[in-house]
Write a protein that binds this ligand. Structure first.
Ligand SMILES: *Cc1c(COP(=O)(O)O)cnc(C)c1O
Length: 408
């Protein structure tokens, strides 16, 4: 019989826009004993996690809990629960993940209207509001931080316009939650989806979401209790029932409420991980965490500039936790990435679609967002570029980053 070796994954320095390095405290939490999903000890862990998620999302919403699955599952749950077939949905697109929202809305049977911005920039809120006046959408869905292009879309004012026009606003904050402010209540966002493997530094596998009363009202109007669980006449069949069972937020919230109505089996070990990740975020403090992301961005950018590398995209709307670098002419970007991984144990990202082969994306997210990682990636990138025949002023990148740290 074939024998398999013990697992021994390499210790990597992960500088991508996710997944990123996981704090050892989170890894430890994942190794604790499993509890039953109705055990009071476990349901109290669920309640604590909901409390911490409300702080993370800056909301007083009753509903803030994780959907089990990767971040995309949270997006899909919000969209399939809040978009009824035939609903008009407006999607402003400025990168790959906006296209994902389009794709999902289409599968929900929506009448989808899109508007597109050249990759590397974001929308002016007035452009979006003018299009909303024209389309009269039931739902607006958009991305807060586009990891594909490294841009951050300001959301202030859009939520208010949605209220005035009686539309729901769904926001993909997968890459921004825990890295820059996401003000669910102040910006009047109706449903927000976060991610674990980005700025929270928890492995991929859960999608924290929150939604308010307006959203709840709509999804409850489409709710049908599962056949095997019905007790009375809660099985109305003449509604535009949510077309997914797994992602029906109306049923999921029954499990996260004191009712504890059975749905799927909760992912115990992932919930331990999320709870520990959230504890780490709140111990650090949201403001301190945002400041840390900005500091390491500054050091990284100073280093890249000193090396003479060009950044991609409009600097006015750059995400602090994703830095996009134009691959220098004549350099094989994939060969540089391979050398970084094989010789230095460092992973950086390439990009998608129209940017494939044109830029590298360097992430500074969560636990990966540290001074020693930034200095390592700058030193290694310089060495790899010199090795690939690039002419660089050797040594300046790391020094420029060190200057930023010394002045901080
Ligand atoms: C990473 C990411 C996603 C998708 O997350 P998965 O966990 O891979 O499903 C969606 N939106 C944005 C903006 C992201 O950065």
């Amino acid at each position: 019989m074939k024998r398999f070796e013990d697992l021994s994954p390499s210790l990597r320095c992960i500088m991508t826009p996710g997944p990123v390095e996981v704090d050892p405290r989170v890894l430890r939490a994942m190794s604790f004993p499993v509890l039953g999903q109705f055990d009071p000890e476990f349901t109290s862990i669920m309640n604590e996690t909901m409390g911490m998620l409300r702080e993370l999302f800056a909301t007083s919403n009753q509903w803030a809990y994780p959907v089990d699955g990767t971040s995309r599952s949270g997006i899909e749950a919000a969209m399939v629960s809040l978009i009824a077939p035939g609903d008009r949905v407006l999607i402003p697109i400025y990168g790959r993940f906006g296209h994902l929202l389009h794709e999902i809305a289409e599968r929900c049977g929506a009448e989808v209207h899109t508007m597109e911005k050249t990759w590397g920039s974001v929308f002016d809120k007035e452009e979006i509001i003018a299009e909303m006046r024209r389309v009269k959408p039931d739902v607006v869905a958009m991305v807060h931080g586009e990891t594909s292009t490294g841009r951050l879309q300001p959301l202030e004012g859009i939520g208010q316009a949605c209220r005035e026009m009686d539309a729901l606003l769904i926001v993909d904050a997968v890459a921004t939650i825990g890295g820059v402010p996401v003000e669910t209540d102040a910006w009047q966002l109706d449903a927000v989806i976060g991610g674990t493997q980005k700025c929270l530094s928890v492995p991929s596998g859960m999608a924290p979401i929150t939604y308010n009363k307006r959203a709840e009202e709509k999804l409850l109007s489409r709710k049908r209790v599962e056949r095997g669980l019905r007790t009375g006449d809660d099985g109305a069949d003449d509604i535009a029932v949510v077309r997914s069972n797994y992602f029906d937020l109306g049923m999921l919230q029954d499990y996260w409420s004191p009712l504890r109505l059975n749905h799927h089996t909760e992912m115990t070990s992932m919930l331990y991980a999320l709870r520990e990740g959230l504890r780490l975020v709140l111990e650090e403090g949201l403001e301190a965490r945002f400041a840390r992301h900005r500091l390491h961005e500054r050091a990284l950018v100073a280093g890249l500039e000193a090396m003479g590398l060009e950044q991609y995209g409009d600097p006015g709307c750059k995400m602090p936790m994703v830095t996009c670098v134009a691959i220098p002419d004549g350099v094989d970007g994939e060969s540089v990435r391979t050398m970084l991984l094989d010789s230095f144990g460092i992973e950086i990202a390439s990009s998608f679609g129209p940017l494939k082969g044109k830029i590298w994306r360097i992430g500074t997210m969560g636990f990966s967002c540290r001074g020693n990682n930034v200095l390592r990636v700058l030193g290694a990138l310089e060495a790899a570029l010199l090795r690939h025949g690039c002419r660089l002023p050797a040594g300046l990148g790391v020094q420029a980053a060190l200057d930023v740290y010394e002045q901080a």
